[in-house]
Design a protein around this ligand. Sequence first.
Ligand code: HEC
Length: 103
Amino acid sequence: MRIVLAAGIALLLAPPLAARGDELGRKVFTQIAQPACAICHTLKAAGAVGTVGPSLDELRPDRARVMDAVKNGVGVMPPFAGKLTAEQIEAVVAFVAGAAGGQ
Ligand code: HEC
């Protein structure tokens, strides 16, 4: 009974699927990408305050713009294609575009 209850509570607390993708996106942004996006960018949703690159909260890039920057790099920003998996790139692009409000 206690186990069933615990499982029920765990299910209730588990974030919905979309939020879980967000969680991966945030992790890529703050930790997995090397160097991490957070080192260079400000993005409130990730608690990031980097100032090397533009503030993504202000830039509000849409998905296509984030995808292009992450895959190919821009200026001094390095490309991440080949460094991150397709799933990680998808997740961080969706996270940034969603969090910054550009969609
Ligand atoms: C070493 C610092 C650095 C890292 C790490 C970095 N960026 Fe950037 N990023 C920059 C700089 C600098 C620019 C502006 C480049 C320019 O306009 O010349 C930029 C630009 C961008 C842009 C705007 C592109 C455009 O079209 O104007 C986006 C979106 C972006 N970065 C997202 C990310 C994401 C997501 C990550 C992590 C996967 C990341 N950045 C990692 C430095 C960085």
